[in-house]
Write a protein that binds this ligand. Structure first.
Ligand code: SF4
Length: 297
């Protein structure tokens, strides 16, 4: 029998109550970016967290905020300085986008992060996840936030599948939207995020410790395997990202010519140094002078 809207909303309320109680006792409330509502600080944390683990981000985040506490402070330095400060976080393009965004905000938005979602999404490096995270975590707007952890919890508990890859983004968004409370959306989304990070892990979810275990569709269905299993990840050292990171690390120390850069790259990567440099130049991370000496942009 189809669930009535009344029973669905009361079921969502029970779900939220269990989740909220768990979060109050177990949430990661002390993370430094959770102690602020400053849109700049929240944005910096979200960009740093995109592909880097929480523990590695914390010291970088604190040093960054101490050095450049506002969009204006960040906009006032050269890109090379920003790329140097990004050392250890990987995916250097994020640093450059953050710097471009700061300049855009200072030049076109009087130093304030714009509120309109469509304008926010037009800023360098801001995708739909980052925009919704800033809207929710800095401004407490009532929006769905679906990072990897939240998506996994929703996929399992509400949609009965093992991973987010087994369902469409629309289904995930709808299921997450149906759970949003009328108020305290920030805590609700943070609670889902923490549950996914700490309990409903990608591998070996700790269902016994989960506040949702009695109402989790995936658990109730006997934890069926993923329909769309992930392919094996390529070894990091074989990827272009590895080689590009090595080049940026070398140029953080000093400018160099293509032969010097090729010499620090192993095997096949060495032969592709010119290709990597061209791609890095296109991204605005490096540039070269007439003599062929490469440096950070
Ligand atoms: S019961 Fe298990 S699978 Fe379901 S939400 Fe909790 S930890 Fe995840």
């Amino acid at each position: 029998m189809p669930r009535t809207s009344t029973s669905a909303s009361s079921e969502a309320e029970t779900f939220r109550a269990a989740l909220g109680a768990w979060y109050r006792a177990n949430g990661r409330h002390g993370l430094p970016w959770r102690l602020t509502r400053d849109p700049y600080a929240v944005l910096v944390s979200e960009v740093m967290l995109q592909q880097t683990q929480v523990e590695r981000v914390i010291p970088h985040y604190e040093a960054w905020l101490a050095r450049w506490p506002t969009f204006a402070a960040l906009a006032g330095v050269l890109p090379a300085e920003v790329i140097r400060a990004w050392r250890g976080l990987g995916y250097n393009r994020r640093a450059l986008n953050l710097h471009r965004l700061a300049r855009d905000v200072v030049e076109n938005h009087a130093g304030e992060l714009p509120r309109a979602p469509v304008v926010l999404l037009g800023l360098p490096g801001v995708g739909s996840y980052t925009a919704s995270a800033v809207r929710c975590f800095a401004r407490a707007e009532r929006v769905v936030v679906t990072d990897t952890n939240i998506a996994r919890v929703i996929a399992r508990s509400r949609l009965g599948v093992a991973t987010r890859r087994d369902v469409s983004a629309e289904s995930l968004g709808e299921a997450a939207g149906a759970l949003l409370p009328a108020t305290d959306v920030r805590d609700h989304n943070l609670a889902l995020m923490d549950l996914g990070a700490v309990v409903c892990r990608a591998r070996n979810p700790d269902c016994e410790a989960c506040p949702l275990r009695g109402r989790c569709s995936w658990k109730t269905a006997g934890s069926p395997a993923a329909r769309a299993p992930a392919g094996p990840a390529p070894k990091f050292e074989t990827t272009a990202r590895f080689a590009r990171g090595r080049i940026i690390d070398a140029l953080r120390e000093a400018p160099a010519d293509i032969d010097e850069l090729a010499a620090i790259l192993p095997g096949l990567h060495s032969e592709r140094t010119g290709i990597y440099l061209a791609a890095l130049e296109k991204d605005g991370l490096v540039s070269h002078d007439a003599a062929g000496t490469w440096a950070l942009a």
